[in-house]
Design a protein around this ligand. Structure first.
Ligand code: AMP
Ligand code: MN
Ligand code: MN
Length: 327
């Protein structure tokens, strides 16, 4: 059942029993920020909460209050009364084969969302799950939004908007950010913690990945590739490639950037970013994934060549469609 903000606020005021909070695998800033923000907030409400992820928290989020509470498990065997899942609307993307809970709630902002839970709030227009969560928290009890909540929430807004630069940034996003700053968030501190603690390994990885830069479809598509061996060669962590895709997207004339990441021999994670004309969420969805109009992704099995060929066919059609829509 789809709920509005007020209904979610009422629901969360009344949840009882053991509550589990989780998010998507390979958690990004919005995933960590929203799940940890809710964990700290619900604790303040006096609820019994646990926070469990499938994948570890990237080190650059280690400054967030309460981050040490995150448990990383391959499967969740215990049964809960409630599960709250943030920043994802696809059970596969939680990384868990099964989550046992009496009742479930999704809080998300993906345009391709098809909620699978008892309750869901999905606002595709909003910048981030964190911004949406903040509005709901305010409806519950603004006084409970202290630094332990404000800091993770600000972090998710910052990362999902690319530092308040992407088109999902609205006047409301800035208003929320201003309110969070008034609560004590220091933007420079958050920025330096996340973006200015790069390890040399990451820059070495960037060097190898940028060497793979190639163009297709009249230079409108630029792609880069991360082969697993690059991680071994540089000692970089997979999560340190976050943001690399902005380099191919930044090139003049490029409409779509693609980042192929080898997970295992024949298993790939593909990220796409659009400059706005092409709806990459639609393309990702047709490849079994999802996301937003300008940022989307999917996973695929097969050889890189096969995946590339199939994707480029779809991107060709999408570029043509975008061309006619924008005439
Ligand atoms: P990423 O490229 O991993 O940074 O993801 C960009 C956007 O696409 C995010 O909003 C993701 O949630 C979404 N996304 C990425 N991979 C998938 C997938 N396999 N299924 C659904 N959505 C995805
Ligand atoms: Mn996310
Ligand atoms: Mn998000």
């Amino acid at each position: 059942m789809r709920l509005n903000r007020k209904e979610v606020a009422e629901l969360l005021k009344n949840v009882q029993g053991k509550i589990l909070i989780t998010t998507h695998k390979n958690p990004d800033g919005d995933a960590v920020g929203s799940s940890l923000g809710w964990f700290n907030f619900l604790k303040k409400m006096g609820k019994e909460v646990r926070i469990i992820y499938r994948d570890r928290v990237p080190f650059f989020f280690d400054f967030l209050p309460g981050i040490g509470n995150v448990e990383v498990l391959e499967e969740i065997k215990e049964k809960f009364d409630w599960v709250i899942i943030t920043d994802v609307s696809d059970p596969k993307r939680t990384g868990f084969s099964e989550i046992l809970a009496e009742k479930s709630l999704v809080i998300d902002h993906h345009i391709t969302a098809e909620p699978f839970t008892d309750y869901a709030i999905v606002e595709p227009e909003i910048s981030s799950t964190c911004e949406l969560s903040y509005h709901i928290m305010k409806l519950i009890d603004e006084n409970l939004i202290d630094m332990s909540v404000a800091l993770p929430i600000y972090t998710g807004i910052l990362t999902d908007t690319g530092g308040f630069n992407y088109s999902n940034t609205s006047p409301e996003t800035h208003t929320v950010a201003a309110e969070l700053l008034k609560k004590g968030v220091n933007p420079y501190e958050v920025y330096t913690n996340i973006f200015e603690r790069n390890r040399i390994n990451k820059l070495k990885l960037l060097e190898l990945v940028l060497r793979t830069l190639s163009f297709e479809l009249n230079q409108k598509v630029a792609h880069i590739t991360l082969f697993k061996r690059f991680l071994e060669e540089t000692g970089a962590y997979p999560e340190e490639s976050e943001g690399f895709i902005n380099y191919p997207r930044s090139i003049a004339g490029v409409e779509v950037a693609v980042f192929f990441k080898e997970i295992e021999g024949n298993s790939w994670k593909v990220s796409m970013r659009s400059k706005g004309r092409v709806n990459v969420a639609e393309v990702a969805k047709s490849m079994g994934g999802g996301g937003h109009r300008m940022a989307a992704g999917f996973e695929a099995e097969g050889s890189l060549e096969e995946i590339k060929r199939e994707l480029l066919k779809k991107l060709e059609v999408a570029l043509e469609k975008a061309h006619y829509e924008n005439l």
